[in-house]
Design a protein around this ligand. Structure first.
Ligand SMILES: [Zn+2]
Length: 130
């Protein structure tokens, strides 16, 4: 692996954006196979080439900046997915409410009809249908 280290010396290497591009490129290949869309296949190749160009780039500051820009979009998206998955886990047994006063998220068991809900954070009371 010495030759590899020497080759990568002074070069950027991989980051989250590269991993995302790699995953996207693999996904595009699969989709292009399934739906027989040639264009997506070429698009995946372009992504792959860009991925390698970034990896071997010597302009480290610029690549780092690109990755930061990507992460600024990626983290909120990922968090929203996590929250959605979290909400889906108990969707059959609980209902989720949001306190209109402070934004606190509340979880109430289903099937109790209309109930008065008290926010544990700010004490705000409101009615909710479970
Ligand atoms: Zn509240």
């Amino acid at each position: 692996m010495n030759w590899f280290r020497r080759m990568m010396y002074g070069r950027y290497g991989s980051d989250q954006l590269n991993v995302a591009m790699l995953v996207a490129s693999i996904a595009l290949v699969l989709v292009s196979r399934i739906f027989r869309v040639r264009l997506l296949y070429w698009l995946s190749l372009v992504l792959l080439v860009l991925c390698y160009l970034r990896m071997f780039s010597r302009n480290i500051a610029r690549r780092h900046e690109e990755n930061q820009r990507f992460l600024r979009h990626w983290f909120p998206l990922r968090d929203r997915w996590y929250r959605m998955a979290d909400n889906l886990k108990d969707i059959r047994t609980h209902r989720h409410f949001k306190c209109r006063n402070c934004g606190q998220k509340l979880r109430v068991p289903r099937g109790r009809g209309k109930v008065s809900i008290t926010c544990p954070r700010c004490g705000n009371q409101f009615l909710g249908k479970t």
